[in-house]
Design a protein around this ligand. Structure first.
Ligand SMILES: *Cc1c(COP(=O)(O)O)cnc(C)c1O
Length: 359
């Protein structure tokens, strides 16, 4: 039976990418060697790294002011690495608190300099993206989480400020075009919408670096990795290769504008299925801030007993990963780039059949 993978992360990747990745593990480019056993400094692998960087630049339309890095440690390491490289006592980092990941970024940054939380939706259990708050002048940067994977909210427009942004784009990078010139730094763990776990994409503006006074350990200094083209030490060769294949797929399928159209069509279908169904409550996230990537929904009050039966019906139809994050409960359908509209239709049909049976 065909499986429909709605997991939030590690998440679905295009089927042809899995096939090409499997082949590269057996025999890379006809070398008679596995991708996993060749030198990361071989011309065969440096070509992969180069192509991955070019694809990132090309898809996002990056100017020469930016460097593209493939690092380890996950988005979680970027919570402190961004502040360690950009912030010290002379400056101030502004943060918008829109969920668990933002809160972790705030906590880590506080060790490196003054931090001001300029807005937060914590009081309403992060059901919305704050809007219309004053942004103080003189911030070193304003940090945002563009898509809140757990709560299912997403920025539809960037905050209006002349201050450069730093963004965690782990769960919506490459899902739509971005005005990259607004950013000093963008980071994303690969395992949501770009590739396998184990590599973290960092896009950084060169002129934002070198301004803090502290000693930065070599491995945690972005300048080390810029100077060495992400090969100061052994880079995560397999996740980089699979990310490169995924980005090739994104480009071959029309690039970020095409991804956006595709993703919006899927989200429309998904939210219509939730809103038209009397057993489900789609108000976990405020309507205007609903994520195109992660749709969160719940059972209506009083029908929480139907939690297990619904997941069972999903499994029977091949829909996996629909269970919500433990801190929110309910359900979450993640609709990343590689997911087809047909799969979303399967889930919508399951929801409909479920209501026929239980409403
Ligand atoms: C998953 C996720 C993270 C954590 O990523 P790791 O690579 O596991 O550290 C951070 N931010 C967001 C928005 C996420 O979705």
């Amino acid at each position: 039976m065909k499986k429909h993978n709605f997991s939030a992360g590690p998440a679905i990747l295009p089927q042809p990418v899995f096939e090409q990745a499997a082949e590269a593990v057996r025999d890379f480019n006809g070398m008679g060697l596995s991708l996993l056993e060749i030198s990361h400094r071989s011309p065969q692998f440096t070509a992969v790294l180069d192509e991955a960087q070019v694809l990132v630049r090309d898809l996002l339309g990056l100017s020469d002011a930016y460097e593209v890095l493939f690092l380890q440690g996950g988005a979680s390491s970027q919570f402190f690495m961004t502040a360690m490289n950009l912030l010290d006592e002379k400056g101030k980092g502004g943060y918008v608190d829109t969920g668990s990941w933002s809160a972790k970024a705030i906590k880590e940054a506080q060790a490196f300099g003054p931090v001001e939380v300029v807005a937060s939706s914590k009081a309403s259990n992060y059901n919305a993206i704050p809007k219309g708050y004053p942004i103080p002048d003189g911030l070193t940067y304003l940090h945002i989480t563009t898509n809140n994977t757990i709560f299912g909210t997403q920025y539809k427009a960037l905050p209006e400020t002349a201050t450069r942004l730093v963004a965690d784009m782990s769960s919506d990078i490459f899902s739509k075009p971005v005005d990259t010139e607004r950013f000093d730094l963008i980071y994303a763990g690969a395992q949501k919408n770009m590739g396998p776990a184990g590599v973290t994409l960092v896009i950084v503006r060169k002129d934002a670096l070198g301004k803090v006074g502290r000693h930065i350990p070599t491995m945690l200094d972005y300048r080390t990795h810029i100077k060495k083209g992400s090969s100061f030490n052994t880079p995560p060769v397999f996740p980089i290769y699979v990310s490169m294949l995924t980005l090739r797929w994104v480009k071959a399928n029309g690039g970020l504008k095409a991804m956006q159209a595709r993703n919006e069509a899927k989200a429309k279908l998904m939210y219509e299925a939730i809103d038209s169904n009397p057993l489900f409550d789609g108000t976990v996230a405020a309507a205007e801030d609903r994520s195109v990537m992660n749709a969160t929904f719940n059972l209506i009050e009083g029908r929480e007993d139907l939690f297990a039966p619904f997941l069972e019906l999903c499994e029977e139809a091949g829909c996996s990963g629909v269970k919500g994050h433990r801190s929110v409960g309910g359900f979450r359908a993640s609709l990343y780039n590689a997911m087809d509209l047909e799969s979303v239709q399967v889930l919508a049909d399951v929801m409909h059949a479920f209501t026929e049976k239980y409403a």
